[in-house]
Design a protein around this ligand. Structure first.
Ligand code: FAD
Ligand code: UDP
Length: 363
């Protein structure tokens, strides 16, 4: 049996590998001219390894996901750190004890920092929106300084218009831990994501066709099974209307003969500028180079679909598509766009491993 896989990102590539190893012929198409989906990386014209679609930092608590990917890459230990610029000063984000002490000119112990947050937080009966999450954990002032502006820029929506899960991605701490993530496994692929994908898809039963859009091959009936990882509304011809996806414009810049422009991988700009953050890739990759390459992210409504927009009305629309998807025989819908989920890379791999397993037990 030949399986057609639409999309060569984490969802498609993981499924491709598992199905090929189980003896199925797999044909992977992607409309882009490269594999890896949004996690793709490449060397820019100055020889710096960059992420064209924004910074991708791998982190997971799943041993299974880590072990699966470890078959295709060695790893470089990397813990991501982020600072947020507020009133021209830089503070650790997630908010921690250092953030509070520097911002308010205090010298709080951990217990005192807890008591401080307790005194400013605005408890809510029910936590439904991202505003509920932020106000109930850090109160008004920290919300305005660190969250409301960033969120407005990133999503074009107020915190109160987004599901709780969006802001809940960012914890609040009262100790000095300034890591962005606290997962058990925090590593970057040692030779880059591109190389990891090349190895994942390097299998005698896998063929790859780049620059090929599903719309051009959708009538091709030689495939008995389909794994679809593109936007679910596009698959169904937008018949219930478009699902909102947030897009970004990436502004890449190389600075020759500049060793480093910022002290951490990413600096967030909650209230200043039209961009949300600047990432300097050498921090992430550990590459040595006489110059440095950075990317600024400008959120926008139009353009490639990068983020599903988590809010109740979008979830309701997605459910209508998901019901159609369930009736679609011989098609697996998987990944961030097809499942309309604000998934990290590891969550996509976990979902794809499960979907591939289900597929194999059904055929
Ligand atoms: P994608 O990577 O989007 O792959 C889908 C593929 O399908 C694409 O290559 C697309 O071209 C192709 N496709 C779509 N429609 C068609 C069609 N009709 N025909 C042919 N091909 C088609 N996750 C983390 O864990 N850590 C991070 O630090 C992180 N940072 C991120 C930063 C940004 C700016 C963004 C946007 C995402 C980030 N993510 C991060 C999330 C991560 O990118 C996703 O979880 C993951 O890449 C999703 O994989 P996927 O295969 O589901 O989708
Ligand atoms: N967020 C914020 N201020 C920050 C960082 C994050 O308000 O300094 C909010 C914002 O709504 C953002 C969400 O938390 O979209 C999730 O942030 P994360 O860094 O996980 O976003 P991603 O890396 O997925 O773009």
């Amino acid at each position: 049996m030949t399986v057609l896989i639409v999309g060569a990102g984490f969802a498609g590539s993981t499924c491709a590998r598992v199905l090929a190893e189980a003896g199925h012929r797999v044909h992977v198409i992607d409309k882009r001219d490269h594999i890896g989906g949004n996690a793709y990386d490449r060397y820019d014209e100055h020889g710096v390894l960059v992420h064209p679609y924004g910074p991708h930092i791998f982190h997971t608590n799943s041993k299974r996901v880590f072990e699966f990917l470890s078959r295709f890459t060695d790893w470089r230990f990397y813990e991501h750190r982020v600072l947020a610029q507020v009133d021209q000063e830089l503070y650790p984000i997630p908010i921690n004890r250092t953030t509070l002490n520097k911002l308010y000119g205090k010298d709080l112990t951990e217990t005192e920092a807890q008591a401080y947050l307790e005194s400013v937080r605005e408890p809510r009966e029910a936590i439904k929106t991202s505003e509920d999450v932020v106000l109930s954990s850090v109160g008004h002032d920290l919300c305005e300084k660190f969250f409301r502006g960033y969120t407005r820029k990133q999503w074009g929506l107020d915190l109160s218009q987004l599901s709780a899960g969006v802001a809940a991605r960012i914890p609040t701490r009262t100790n000095d831990d300034d890591r962005y993530f606290t997962d058990t496994f925090q590593f970057m692929p040692a030779a880059g994501y591109g190389e990891m994908f090349r190895r994942m898809l390097d299998h005698p039963l896998i063929t790859i066709e780049l620059g090929s859009d599903f719309e051009q091959v959708r009538q091709d009936k030689s495939y008995s099974q389909l794994v679809y990882t593109g936007p679910i509304d596009a698959y169904f011809g937008f018949k219930f209307g478009r699902l909102p996806y947030r897009s970004l414009r990436f502004d890449h810049e190389h600075l020759a003969n500049v060793e480093q422009v910022q002290s951490v991988g990413t600096v967030n700009y909650p209230n200043d500028h039209d961009y949300t953050r600047i990432t300097e890739f050498k921090h992430l990759t550990g590459q040595r180079h006489s110059g440095t390459s950075i990317v600024r992210e400008y959120p926008q409504a139009e353009g490639d679909p990068y983020y599903p927009v988590p809010r109740a009305e979008n979830e309701a629309l997605f459910k209508r598509y998901a019901e159609l998807a369930e009736q679609e025989k011989g098609v697996v819908f998987i990944g961030r766009l097809a499942q309309y989920r604000y998934y990290n890379m590891d969550q996509v791999v976990a979902a794809a491993l499960k979907a591939a397993e289900d597929f194999l037990s059904a055929v």
